[in-house]
Design a protein around this ligand. Structure first.
Ligand code: SAM
Ligand code: SF4
Length: 314
């Protein structure tokens, strides 16, 4: 179904938990966030909402969180979603640390591929940004995804000035021999624990690695580049310096059942408890109410999302 600005809404991001086994400083608030089990959608409820979205033209679903793999039965949910008529692709965004345990099961359940978040290649810095995570766990997760055929693996790194900008060349170097897509994401001001001084525009990557050459756009949100002899690609995702609202084809569903027509707006529509035509009508309304673009968003203007990223899913 098209929204009122002629954008075909074909992509639903589904957050299945706010919880995470890491505490990235740009994503999670201080303190513990705990919802009661009954406050979050059951797998059956998620599948019903996804089936209704599929009936309206959604073809691709991304399962996210918090960390989706900390919710027990995540692979089973993926299987349920993959079986829905009309759904052509199920992807997962994960910090990768639990992939050694679940990668094969996810592949067997019908997951197409995974995006894995790794913000530093230095074990101490990784532990620092993630609040105690082990880099080796994430690297083992990348290998497990590749071995299970959850490919092409995309790696996400949030660009953080003064933290990992010195690692840009080392990150890019990994794309020379490995057929991975490494995506640098601009830090979004979502209420995490970094101030405006940490924001760096995606262009910084091109300044630090001038030999990168552009490659044709593949329809996603990233601008794509590669090293002249590189096997992999480098993507720049620039929600602040070059927002992509004009081609935004997404809806988001939070773990408690709120549809978010726009990541950076506080507008939410509760679909929990709706069935049949009422559910379809509410989904149509969410698509109709998708704004042309979000409000001012830059290093000095915090997102109007009204939530931290772990409760939306990226
Ligand atoms: N736990 C999974 C992970 O880390 O990939 C999935 C959820 S996480 C919220 C989804 C994506 O959002 C990750 O790639 C993460 O780096 C990104 N993210 C979180 N907070 C962000 C922020 N303030 N700015 C930019 N990206 C952010
Ligand atoms: Fe957890 Fe992902 Fe947020 Fe890091 S970015 S705290 S891994 S949800």
């Amino acid at each position: 179904m098209k929204d009122q600005f002629e954008r075909e809404i074909s992509y639903l991001r589904v957050s299945i938990t706010d919880l995470c086994n890491l505490r990235c400083r740009y994503c999670m608030p201080d303190g513990v966030c705990q919802k009661r089990h009954e406050d979050i959608l059951s797998f059956e409820e998620i599948a019903e909402i996804v089936a209704a979205a599929a009936a309206l033209g959604v073809r691709k679903v991304r399962v996210t969180g918090g960390e989706p793999l900390v919710r027990r039965g995540c692979a089973e949910l993926c299987r349920m979603l993959a079986d829905i008529d009309g759904i052509e692709e199920i992807d997962l965004t994960t910090n990768g640390t639990l992939l050694p345990r679940y990668a094969k099961e996810l592949k067997a359940a019908g997951v197409t591929r995974v995006n894995i978040s790794v913000d530093s290649l230095d074990p101490e810095k990784y532990a620092d940004i993630t609040g105690g995570g082990r880099l080796q766990d994430a690297l083992d997760g990348i290998r497990a995804a590749q071995e299970a055929g959850l490919t092409p693996v995309k790696l996400n790194a949030v660009l953080i000035g003064g933290f990992n900008d010195d690692e840009i060349p080392a990150f890019v170097e990994h794309t020379r021999r490995a057929p991975i897509e490494l995506r640098f994401i601009e830090l979004m001001p979502m209420g995490g624990r970094f101030g405006p001084e940490a924001y760096l525009p995606g262009e910084t990557v091109l300044e630090r690695v001038p030999e990168l050459v552009p490659v044709p756009h593949d329809g996603g949100v990233a601008r794509l580049y590669r090293l002249p002899d590189g096997q992999g690609r480098v993507g720049l995702i620039s929600p602040l310096s070059r927002h992509f609202c004009a081609s935004c084809n997404r809806l988001r569903l939070t773990s408690e059942g709120h549809l978010k027509p726009c990541l950076h707006s506080s507008a939410e529509i509760n679909v929990r408890g709706l069935h049949g035509d009422a559910l379809l009508d509410t989904l149509r309304r969410a698509i109709r109410e998708k704004p042309r673009q979000h409000g001012v968003l830059d290093a000095d203007h915090r997102s109007e999302a009204g939530r931290t990223m772990n409760t939306i899913g990226g």
